[in-house]
Design a protein around this ligand. Structure first.
Ligand code: NAP
Length: 259
């Protein structure tokens, strides 16, 4: 049981992939520090965790990763005294080509998807060295291949991938592994933030139908697909896996378009 008693810090745990991770690791007996901003969504996640009959109530940190990194780490250490796994999941996307994207869009995504991850990771390192722990960064398939109309988001995730590799090299001899996950389209609230489409809108069903065709495996991804891979990357302190950017994409990252 690799996660029993392990302290796992998950950012963006109030929704989507982060929420699914929180539920999974809670059921596996991990001690959780969860970060999110939306109080209502966060409360509903905490309720779901309690409904699983989990004994240890997670630490809920209402915080913005862009401004509260120090508080996030200090509250985690104050509560548990250690840190085993950092899952840098909080992030968001938006559309725009190099002609239409605004600098505000770029700066906002850079702050959340890159700068906050850099800061949180740096602050967590002393504790991860102590525990011989690991980091999992949630990147995206858009960092591996160029897709139209999402240049700012793609650049932030490409930076995150290289951050992953650089950290993996810096920390390998200290026993800390650093990896990334590169999902394709996953069924979460991502599009609500990115383009304002709610999951129960007709437009969402249309996007899903189109996306299904562009994922060779014939379906879009689920949070379950992501959690499976995250648990593989995070689980074993004796693992030989570090510095990888792992596509969870139903073949989308290897597809050659037919022109
Ligand atoms: N869904 C996809 O198709 C997909 C594909 C590839 C990669 N990803 C990546 O997967 C990660 C999770 O996204 P998701 O799909 O699960 O989307 P989601 O359902 O919208 O969840 C995003 C989470 O990030 C949190 N967050 C965003 N900015 C934050 C900030 N400044 N401080 C604290 N929390 C913040 C949100 O918290 P609040 O709601 O509480 O503000 C929410 O919990 C992101 O990094 C995204 O880029 C998603």
């Amino acid at each position: 049981m690799p996660f029993i008693g392990k302290v796992i810090l998950i950012t963006g745990a109030s929704s989507g992939i982060g929420e699914a991770c929180a539920l999974f690791f809670a059921k596996k007996g991990a001690l959780l520090a969860l970060v999110g901003r939306n109080e209502e969504k966060f409360a509903s996640v905490m309720e779901k965790i309690q409904d699983c009959g989990v004994e240890m109530e997670p630490l809920m940190i209402l915080a913005d990763v862009c401004v509260d990194a120090e508080r996030i780490i200090s509250e985690t250490i104050e509560k548990y005294g250690r840190l085993d796994v950092l899952i840098n999941n909080a992030g968001y996307g938006g559309v725009g080509t190099i002609e239409t994207a605004t600098m505000e869009q770029f700066d906002g995504m850079w702050q959340t998807n890159v700068r906050a991850v850099f800061e949180l990771t740096q602050l967590a390192i002393p504790y991860l060295i102590e525990s011989r722990g690991n980091v999992v960064n949630i990147s995206s398939v858009v960092s591996l291949r160029a897709f139209k109309n999402c240049v700012a988001y793609s650049v932030t995730k490409a930076a995150l991938d290289h951050f992953t590799r650089c950290c993996a090299i810096d920390l390998a001899d200290k026993g800390v592994r650093v990896n990334a996950l590169n999902p394709a389209f996953i069924d979460t609230n991502f599009l609500t933030v990115a383009i304002g489409i709610e999951k129960d809108d007709d437009a969402y069903a249309e996007v899903v139908e189109n996306m299904t065709k562009t994922h060779p495996i014939g379906r879009i991804g689920s949070t379950h697909d992501c959690v499976n891979a995250i648990s593989f990357l995070a689980k074993d302190s004796s693992s030989f896996v570090t510095g990888v950017t792992l596509p969870i994409c139903g073949g989308r990252s290897i597809l050659s378009p037919e022109f």
